[in-house]
Design a protein around this ligand. Structure first.
Ligand SMILES: C[S@@+](CC[C@H](N)C(=O)[O-])C[C@H]1O[C@@H](n2cnc3c(N)ncnc32)[C@H](O)[C@@H]1O
Length: 282
């Protein structure tokens, strides 16, 4: 099968994604792909970008959602790991380029080998992106920098996806996010899915995207509304389809367990002869 556009994304989400080492829940992968497709359906087009590639697990979604003149831009320090101040991941350009050839062979991709801290005052900051994943350095300073950069590069309706917002091993992310908002950051948060916070450019878009996620992923809604820096979020958990055991099998296992418990009770065992007599004569 020749992999082009839509079927290349489906092919990646349907299996290829499991071959790529990285940090991304399948639920959040589906959310990101769905939001990018939804943007296209409502007329929002443009390039996509990720800061922090590692081997490209998430980036391959951003590459596969592009079409026509759209480009996907990958930012990582790759072999300049002395700039990786908190050892968050380890970008490997060779492995990443191999995955690009295999899973996004027709996407137009630019690779920028730089620290995101050096991009704010460069030509890069003049580019515009409709979707921007922030997953590079996880310190407070880098998180605040990268959110501000994503905001600078936004168009109306852009979506910014921030990694590890609630990961207790990477508290710099929540600190940097707080600093970004206190310094009057303008992005509007609208949802959380496993490990990811989603933000956009206005209350209107926030409502629209949250409504679309609720419609498409009803089975994963965990709590709403949850207030965060003056916005109301919808919080989603893992999708039941990604649980290790399908819910129907869980129900069956629970029923079997209850039956065994009843059969082991003393009264059940004492009344066993009566049940035998009744079944013998009926
Ligand atoms: C957590 S990993 C990214 C995971 C990836 N998004 C995925 O889908 O699996 C973090 C990446 O950020 C890169 N990185 C660390 N500090 C950076 C910086 N200041 N600028 C750009 N990239 C950075 C690392 O080399 C590493 O590849």
């Amino acid at each position: 099968m020749e992999l082009t556009g839509q079927n290349s994304l489906d092919h990646y989400l349907g299996g290829g994604i499991k071959e790529v080492v990285g940090w991304l829940s399948l639920t959040s992968a589906e959310f990101i792909a769905h939001l990018a497709r939804f943007q296209t359906s409502i007329g929002i087009t443009g390039d996509t970008c990720e800061i922090g590639i590692h081997h490209g697990k998430l980036f391959l979604i951003l590459a596969n959602v592009t079409s026509g003149n759209e480009r996907a831009v990958a930012v990582d320090i790759f072999s300049d790991q002395h700039k990786n101040v908190d050892q968050s991941g380890y970008g490997d350009r060779e492995i990443f380029e191999g995955h690009l050839r295999k899973f996004a062979p027709h996407s137009a991709v630019d690779i920028v080998q730089e620290s995101s801290l050096d991009l704010t005052n460069s030509d890069f900051a003049k580019r515009k992106f409709r979707m921007f994943s922030v997953d590079g350095g996880h310190t407070s300073e880098i998180t605040q920098n990268d959110l501000a950069l994503a905001q600078t590069c936004a168009i109306p309706g852009s979506i910014v996806v921030l990694d590890d917002i609630l990961n207790s091993h990477w508290l710099g992310v929540i600190e940097g996010t707080a600093r970004y908002f206190i310094a009057s950051g303008g992005l509007v948060p609208f949802a959380i899915s496993p490990n990811k916070l989603y933000l956009t450019t206005s209350d209107d878009f926030a409502r629209r995207y949250a409504d679309e996620l609720k419609r498409a992923f009803k089975d994963a809604i965990s709590k709403e509304p949850v207030e965060f820096f003056g916005s109301q979020l919808v919080v989603f958990g893992e999708r039941p389809s990604h649980w290790h055991v399908p819910p129907a099998e869980l129900e069956l296992a629970r029923a079997r367990h209850e039956l065994t418990t009843i059969r082991n009770t003393i009264s059940w065992r004492i009344t066993a002869p009566l049940r035998w007599v009744r079944s013998a004569f009926s």
